[in-house]
Design a binder for this molecule. Structure first.
Ligand code: COA
Length: 240
């Protein structure tokens, strides 16, 4: 048996980190790999800072109800009761890599991923930022519990919901009321400044490590107040 709990302290967040690392490296996930960076400690501090700076952010976990009460899944839901891009969309400075090559690849991923949000999300909404379940706990309902928490929030607030889903998440999200909108491809191109022989070699190595191939993400959407079902009218653009 599993239960959802709210993660309210940095210590609780840190305790759930091994689940996130396990889940997002099986299978390999470029978005996680680039944004996490090389240091677990720095990652926890930065992510907890981003969370506390955003009053709409809520981390939740799923744990076993009995025995060791081990956490098996983690999610971050973000509530935006007004347009979050009213004052623009400043992207986070990518300062968590010590080498300029991985930093550059990450900047390109961040720019495509976060930079594209205002085009579709400049209205009140709920956003699923993170959702993952440990590999050995999958297909036992933990993901659905993480989803139900956010669906209840969206329905209670009367808001539509967005997800930028990795391929692995699409079936879970479709089974919890979301429909596919459009793909977003995360990729990085060799910049002019790294065209010299040594720089180019180092940049290509960095890209191979964190972005071995273009990484597809699917923008998904759930309408206000109800699950989307096959055959429903697709009123994505008009509903804001
Ligand atoms: C996506 C993920 C969170 C799903 O978690 P989960 O705990 O296995 O999901 P659930 O057991 O609650 O699944 C609920 C339903 O979703 C669908 N579903 C989930 N995973 C599926 C899969 N791999 N294939 C097909 N359907 C799937 C099924 O309809 C399932 O119901 P069923 O098991 O009764 O058929 C998990 O696979 C994961 O962490 N993947 C790696 C990280 C990731 O990519 N996360 C998404 C980021 S956007």
């Amino acid at each position: 048996m599993l239960e959802v709990y709210e993660i309210n302290t940095k210590e609780e967040f840190e305790a759930a980190l091994p689940v996130m690392i396990d889940a997002y490296t099986k299978p390999f996930n470029t978005l996680y790999e680039t944004i996490k960076g090389p240091s677990d400690d720095e990652f926890v501090t930065r992510f907890w800072h981003w969370h506390t700076a955003d009053p709409g952010s809520q981390w939740i976990g799923v744990r076993k109800k009995d025995g060791d009460k081990a956490t098996v899944g983690v999610a971050e839901w973000v509530l935006h009761e007004s347009n979050p891009f009213e004052q623009g969309n400043p992207l986070p400075p990518v300062d968590w890599w010590s080498d300029v090559y991985t930093q550059n690849v990450t900047e390109q991923v961040v720019s495509t991923f976060f930079g594209g949000r205002p085009k579709v999300m400049s209205r009140p909404h709920v956003l699923l930022n993170i959702c993952c379940v440990a590999p050995d706990a999958r297909r036992q309902g933990a993901g659905r519990l993480l989803m139900n928490w956010g669906r209840s929030l969206a329905d209670q607030k009367g808001l539509e919901t967005f997800i930028e889903a990795t391929i692995d998440g699409v079936r879970l999200y479709e089974s919890t009321g979301f429909t596919q909108v459009e793909p977003i491809i995360l990729d990085a191109k060799l910049p002019e400044k790294f065209k010299g022989e040594d720089d180019k070699k180092a940049w290509l190595e960095a890209r191979h490590r964190v972005l071995p191939r273009p990484f597809p993400v699917m923008l998904m959407w759930r309408p206000k107040g109800a699950d989307w079902k096959e055959g429903d009218e697709f009123h994505f653009l008009e509903s804001g």
